[in-house]
Design a protein around this ligand. Structure first.
Ligand code: FE
Length: 343
């Protein structure tokens, strides 16, 4: 967070030094964002867009489900132009609620790989994060732990820390396993992982990393940007980062599970053109840098690098399963978690 504020301040300072053709706010109308992202760097991103286009950015922040509900209840009078959120599962909920409209943009199609956008253009992935395995280095490299499937092997009894199944990152991971291996295999996987729990699911991804570093559990499953925060943090954070090893799963198979931050055009958008322009702006190199540097995510646009803290985690092959597929299997994933007794 501290880093986010600094990056934001830096962006503001750079902005005020750049001078040149300032465009007065409001000249070119506005765009209304309903966002469940609450990173400081996103604010710098919005200011940058206003500087470039003169379009004023208004935003409402709340959690994704509340925003979807709000857009639904506001109906045709909703001021919302774009819904911005994290996780394919939430974008799918918005799609299911029928609040998104397709966007046909050559710029978006050219810049974003096909697996990071909805097949009909209902939403677009703007940055990605991988869900990886971490292990306690002091306990040694866990031999044979290479794929998500291996997490269910009896070799890891009592070793695994992972957050609750109500967490959307785990729901999306299981959704991808359903897509690749079928519901039956997904269920025996979930049961196998539950049998290997070091403790009942508790805490967020950060808590899992710290538990692994402290040796409370040998293995955990977490998103890459949390790891990068430790890599880039103070001495205590760095010590935690140094105590854990990272495994990008399924590198000889389908690749490491990826999730997205994304945005979709609201069906009733009063400022449709500005909204599409903003979407396109979010795939520009400078906007992609804000995402990459601000929250330690991977740029969605191919060919752009992550920041140095993220790069330190290593190169990997991502799973290119379409994010829409991940969304579609959410309900089934929740049922499987229930049956497997994964709290
Ligand atoms: Fe998160």
């Amino acid at each position: 967070m501290k880093q986010g504020i600094l990056a934001g301040l830096l962006a503001l300072i750079l902005a005020s030094c750049s001078g040149g053709e300032e465009v007065a706010k409001g000249d070119a109308g506005e765009v209304n964002l309903y966002s469940s992202r609450h990173y400081d760097t996103d604010l710098a991103l919005y200011d940058d867009f206003t500087r470039q286009t003169g379009i004023t950015v208004n935003r409402i922040e709340a959690d994704a489900d509340a925003l979807i509900e709000r857009i639904t209840s506001e109906g045709e009078f909703s001021p919302a132009d774009l819904l911005i959120t994290v996780d394919a599962g939430r974008l799918w909920r918005a799609e299911e609620a029928g609040i998104l409209a397709p966007v046909d943009s050559d710029i978006l199609e050219e810049r974003l790989p096909i697996y990071l956008r909805h097949p009909d253009g209902l939403w677009f992935g703007l940055s990605t994060r991988a869900r990886v395995i971490v292990y306690n280095k002091a306990a040694g490299v866990p031999e044979g732990l290479e794929d998500y499937a291996d997490l269910a092997e009896p070799a890891w009894r009592g070793d695994i820390c992972i957050r609750s199944s109500s967490n959307i990152y785990n729901i999306s991971l299981l959704s991808s396993i359903i897509a690749h291996h079928g519901a039956e295999a997904a269920e025996s996987w979930a049961k196998g992982v539950v049998a290997n729990f070091a403790r009942p699911p508790q805490g967020n991804d950060t808590a899992q990393i710290e538990a692994v570093a402290a040796g409370e559990c040998r293995i955990a499953v977490v998103n890459t940007y949390y790891l990068a925060r430790y890599a880039d943090g103070d001495e205590a954070d760095k010590a935690i980062f140094d105590a854990v090893g990272v495994i990008f799963p399924d590198q000889d198979g389908t690749g490491a599970h990826i999730n997205i931050s994304g945005a979709g055009l609201v069906k009733t958008a009063p400022n449709r053109e500005n909204a599409i322009r903003f979407l396109e702006y979010l795939t520009s190199e400078s906007a992609q840098r804000y995402f990459a540097d601000g929250n330690n995510e991977y740029p969605a646009v191919s060919g752009l690098k992550a920041n140095s803290a993220v790069e330190r985690l290593g190169e990997f092959k991502p799973d290119t399963l379409n994010a829409a597929e991940i969304g579609r299997n959410q309900a089934q994933a929740v049922q499987i978690f229930d049956r497997a007794g994964w709290n």
